[in-house]
Ligand binder design. Structure first.
Ligand code: A3P
Length: 281
């Protein structure tokens, strides 16, 4: 299937143009946040979809009706994608749940003075890279990933779509004290999110949330597993969005040499950063 060659470059970062336009990206930068908003922030392939499901289920106190009847991009739309503004006009849900992959230096000004609750979802970058590589193979709206060594190099250089993982995580976490921001690394954390959102749950409600946002449930839920997206955009014959959902899968892909290259770049770029990342099970 032919790739959709539509790249939109915005402030030096490339974005897939079938969903991002100059207008929608500019609109995101001036977005009028409300203090009740919940904003899920992540670099792609860090567990964004998982968090969209967790927040939906916490809001519904573990009742899966909404998460099984409405696609994730309608209940937690990406701020920077073209359909977001219209969708919000017709939405009455409170709190509004929004998602973004934008870096802090672009979105920070719109969030200044805002009390919106921000959940930053992170994942160790070796698993992000492997997940992103496989996703590029099936996502026709992204460039051909080429070979794994080439892709790894581009990831470390920060030249892939959505920009540099290093800049993204450092930009957002360095501003945590100034924002109502909660930093999470992918783990079992549903109860922490419900505390942050000030939505305490009864034990059975929490258990329902955990059950419905498990990898196996999400893999079978067409409202969250992206099977509704047509093959021209997401070629389902080349892979699955809910691929493995494992911590440490990078070990199946990296050679010893690639691992040393990655570690050297990671060390030099992250030397001032004291982040807790989970690299293996
Ligand atoms: P893999 O490709 O490693 O399987 P995003 O939503 O940010 O694009 O991230 C997608 C990644 O999150 C995929 O990783 C996907 O399988 C994983 N994921 C989604 N839901 C998950 C869940 N409930 N448990 C574990 N991993 C999950």
């Amino acid at each position: 299937m032919a790739r959709l060659d539509v790249t939109e470059v915005f402030h030096g970062i490339s974005y897939p143009g079938h969903l991002h336009t100059q207008d929608s990206l500019h609109h995101a930068l001036k977005f009028p946040f409300q203090d009740t908003d919940v904003l899920i922030v992540s670099y792609p392939k860090s567990g964004t979809t998982w968090m969209q499901e967790i927040v939906t289920l916490i809001s519904s106190r573990g009742d899966p009706h909404l998460s099984q009847s409405s696609p994730n991009w309608t209940r937690a739309p990406w701020l920077e994608q073209y359909y977001c503004a219209d969708l919000l006009k017709s939405s009455t849900s409170t709190p509004r749940v929004l998602t973004t992959h934008l870096p802090h230096d672009l979105l920070g000004p719109a969030l200044q003075e805002s009390k919106a609750r921000i959940i930053y979802v992170s994942r160790n970058p070796k698993d992000v890279l492997v997940s992103f590589y496989h996703f590029h193979k099936m996502a026709n709206f992204l460039p051909d990933p080429g070979s794994f060594p080439e892709f790894l190099h581009q990831f470390l250089e920060g030249t892939l779509h959505f920009g540099s993982w290093f800049d993204h995580i450092k930009g957002w976490t360095s501003q945590a004290a100034a924002l109502n921001l909660f930093f999470l690394y992918t783990y079992n954390f549903t109860n922490l999110v419900s505390s942050f959102l000030q939505r305490p749950l009864l034990e059975h409600e929490l258990n329902n949330c955990v059950k419905h946002c498990s990898f196996s449930c999400m893999k079978d839920n067409k409202m969250i597993n992206y099977s509704l997206i047509p093959d021209e955009i997401l070629d389902h014959s080349k892979g699955c969005f809910m691929r493995k959902g494992e911590i440490g899968d990078w070990k199946n892909m990296f050679t010893g040499e690639q691992n040393r290259y990655f570690d050297t770049v990671f060390k030099s770029k992250m030397q001032d950063c004291i982040l807790k990342l989970v690299w293996e099970k």
